[in-house]
Design a protein around this ligand. Structure first.
Ligand code: FEO
Length: 397
């Protein structure tokens, strides 16, 4: 396995994980796999930026060896503690035990708590620089993008930003650059990544984007630690982050439901018809558990409204919806509206539970809920249709 040259004396030495299908403790499905990107800079000092997930150590070392003996590495820039980026540092240090490891103070604390070894650390702060020879690196602390320890590394002379988790995508390909892959796939994975991982940190991301815009040299290449490198048009993903972090939305509604004996499903289908009858609203329907929560969260990123339906079970919701509602509570999307619907037999409870959870997630309940006792008749199905039409009207306001 060989290193891949991305600029003069700068190489991608990462690993492609074609097989992984879930991430972060199964909370995020990665249908297209992922990559763990590490970068090798050859100068008077040899510098490795980040590493790869532990099971891929051998792949990293092989790629490094195709350029230089790993024992020659002088510096390791450890932008982030999470093991998908730091898991192979120990293996690299076996070859280069005296290499200096640059990270934030929180990074050092995190490494000590993960690997229990006192490496040759040098902690850095925003604006501090490291001269490699011809090239100079500048460090930019980026707390909570995606952990408290995270930082970006900027290669001044080449105007290349190595932002670790930011601007990434879980996307395994044989290509390395944005101009080599279908744009729709790339942006879909970038959006899913933002929605599922970075949404809660949106206010911090907006501040960080301002900081990045003020860098001395405008960014020519963005090299994240997952997925594809942005070289054709780095502004495309920067602008997308600006929109996503601002809570920008389209005239779009998603309906998510589960059903016990089909009554809530009939309601969902007729609500969908009511919304679609408007003709100007994008609407998507997801049934649980056959739909994937992290795909739904990606669809919610640019939506205005979520309509959630459940049959009542034990005075609450069907458990298949609970994981999605839990995720929404943690992610705290901005500028979203929601409503609840569902059927019940002898005692209501699902819609009340959905509304409580929507409010906890910071989603404004923007319509009274709609319920059916037992099975919806023709009149009730008309009511569902009208319920959908009213929601469409709200989204157009
Ligand atoms: Fe890709 Fe926060 O690790």
């Amino acid at each position: 396995m060989k290193a891949f040259k991305i600029a003069e004396n700068i190489y991608w030495v990462g690993a492609v994980d074609w097989d992984v299908r879930d991430f972060h403790g199964h909370s995020y499905t990665v249908h297209r796999g992922t990559t763990y990107n590490a970068y090798l800079i050859i100068d008077e000092k040899i510098c490795l930026v980040d590493s790869v997930y532990t099971p891929f150590s051998e792949e990293l070392l092989e790629r490094i060896k195709s350029v230089i003996e790993p024992s020659k590495i002088d510096y390791i820039i450890a932008n982030h503690v999470e093991v998908d980026h730091s898991g192979s540092i120990l293996e690299v240090l076996k070859f280069a035990p005296n290499a200096k490891v640059f990270c934030t103070q929180k990074g050092k604390d995190g490494f000590l708590s993960h690997f229990f070894e006192n490496w040759n650390f040098q902690t850095v702060k925003t604006g501090e620089t490291l001269k490699l020879g011809k090239r100079t690196l500048t460090f930019i602390e980026a707390p909570f993008i995606h952990w408290p320890d995270s930082m970006f590394t900027y290669i001044n002379d080449d105007a290349i930003l190595l932002p670790n988790d930011a601007f990434g995508q879980h996307y395994a390909t044989a290509q390395r650059f944005d101009d080599e892959v279908p744009e729709s796939e790339l942006m879909e994975e970038a959006a899913k990544y933002f929605a599922n991982i970075l949404t809660p940190f949106s206010p911090l991301i907006l501040k960080k984007l301002d900081e990045v815009a003020k860098l001395k040299n405008p960014i020519k290449m963005l090299c994240p630690s997952h997925g594809i490198i942005w070289r054709k048009d780095p502004a495309k993903i920067i602008n997308a982050y600006q929109k996503w972090a601002s809570g920008d939305y389209k005239k779009k509604i998603i309906i998510v439901y589960d059903t016990m004996w089909g009554s809530t499903e009939k309601m969902a289908r007729n609500i969908l018809e009511g919304i679609s009858s408007d003709g100007n609203i994008e609407v998507k329907l997801f049934k649980m558990p056959v739909s994937d929560s992290s795909d739904i969260i990606k669809e919610f990123l640019d939506s205005r409204f979520i309509v959630i339906g459940s049959s009542t079970l034990n005075k609450g919701i069907l458990p298949t919806l609970a994981a999605l509602l839990e995720d929404l509570e943690g992610l705290r999307f901005k500028n979203k509206l929601g409503a609840a619907f569902g059927s019940f037999g002898w005692s209501s409870g699902a819609v009340e539970s959905i509304e409580t959870r929507l409010k906890k997630a910071g989603i404004e309940v923007a319509s009274p809920s709609l319920t059916t006792k037992w099975v919806p008749d023709g009149a009730k199905l008309n009511e569902c249709f009208e319920f959908g039409k009213k929601i469409a009207e709200k989204v157009k306001q």
